[in-house]
Design a protein around this ligand. Structure first.
Ligand SMILES: Cc1cc2nc3c(=O)[nH]c(=O)nc-3n(C[C@H](O)[C@H](O)[C@H](O)COP(=O)(O)O)c2cc1C
Length: 175
């Protein structure tokens, strides 16, 4: 992997990020590096570390589900980021109940999330020689399970390293 000559060293000054739990087939992993990139069509971009077992699963099945869990579920969501599903059934070991998705063939949805976005891979964004340590995937949203809006409750925010928080003060801007 080559670094562009003008590139700066990684800096975590952009946190906090809203932590999601991604399911791919029957495996689960927390992801902080995700973002919406289009409203119409509705699309998300998610960056997957090339070392993760989920990368192979994603390339094989071409689908995933992005879940947002409340603060009260933080322990097992975060724990899913400290073990791999390569050799063991991580989801059931952590007590996640998996259910069939509405639009996805192989990927299952985890019960109890505030909101879930079912995703189908549109493209793996890869710059060949310039590829970074995470593989960015562009997804089409194919179904939304609407529940509690995380912004109205207690979302799980990742502050970087091993630190997490939820919302404190709220303020509505009135232009
Ligand atoms: C708070 C947190 C955020 C993470 N964010 C990402 C992420 O955005 N992308 C990613 O690929 N891995 C991320 N990880 C790491 C994976 O969740 C971790 O490597 C996981 O064990 C991979 O599981 P797998 O090998 O079963 O795919 C994160 C881990 C934690 C604890």
């Amino acid at each position: 992997m080559s670094t562009p000559p003008s590139g700066a060293r990684y800096d975590s000054g952009f946190y906090p990020m809203h932590l999601a739990l991604l399911s791919v087939a029957s495996n689960v992993l927390p992801v902080a590096w995700w973002t919406p990139v289009s409203k119409d069509p509705f699309r998300f971009l998610v960056a997957i570390d090339r070392k993760n077992h989920s990368l192979q699963l994603l390339r094989r099945c071409g689908e995933a589900a992005l879940h947002f869990f409340p603060w009260s579920e933080r322990e097992r969501v975060i724990r899913a980021g400290y073990t791999s599903g390569r050799k063991r059934d991580k989801a059931s070991r952590l007590g996640f109940a998996l259910e069939p998705a509405v639009c996805l063939a192989e990927t299952r949805v985890v019960r109890g999330a505030d909101v879930v976005f079912e995703l189908r891979v549109r493209r793996e964004v890869d710059d060949g020689d310039d590829a970074g340590d995470h593989a960015p995937f562009l997804f089409d949203v194919v179904h939304v399970h609407r529940g509690t809006r995380p912004a109205m409750g207690a979302p799980l925010l990742f502050l970087g390293w091993r630190d997490f928080a939820t919302l404190g003060e709220r303020w509505r801007f009135r232009p």
